[in-house]
Design a protein around this ligand. Structure first.
Ligand code: FES
Length: 142
């Protein structure tokens, strides 16, 4: 391989490596992507103090809050659910409908069960669901 050819191939390869993180990031915000993947490498449990004001909506059955990549839902007196807040269709934030105990994405109308399972598209993949437990005022995800 001639030097010029080698440099040309390395330059092209370097461009691909440089572009790849952007490409992957942009895919995560659109299309039927894997943004709701439950793992980004961090498997440490997350503890949330429910007595803090930003979580006050969880004091009421039917309430929900967004925290980081999650939607945290209180569907019953002692029933909590944690799902990805990102719709698996194109990444809009989903919301909880207490009246039907379902999750809805308002952008294109996808519906999910409280466990994150697709009921109606256009989403075709389930929302990521996370383990959750509550002890006193501390809610633990993971
Ligand atoms: S982003 Fe299209 S249905 Fe949610």
């Amino acid at each position: 391989m001639k030097r010029r050819e080698f440099v040309s191939k390395v330059a092209v390869g370097g461009s691909i490596l440089f572009v790849s993180p952007f490409y992957l990031n942009s895919c995560s915000k659109g299309g039927d992507s894997a943004t709701d993947s439950p793992d980004t490498g961090n498997t440490d449990p997350i503890n949330i103090d429910l007595s803090k004001s930003e979580f006050s909506d969880l004091n009421t059955v039917g309430g929900y809050v967004y925290y980081d990549k999650y939607i945290i839902i209180r569907s019953g007196e002692s029933a909590y659910h944690v799902l990805s807040k990102f719709c698996t269709h194109q990444g809009d934030w989903v919301e909880y409908l207490h009246s039907s105990n379902q999750i809805k994405c308002n952008l294109h109308g996808s519906m999910f069960t409280i466990a994150g399972v697709v009921l109606n598209g256009p989403a075709t993949r389930n929302l990521a669901a996370y383990n959750v437990s509550v002890s006193g005022n501390i809610l633990t995800i993971g």
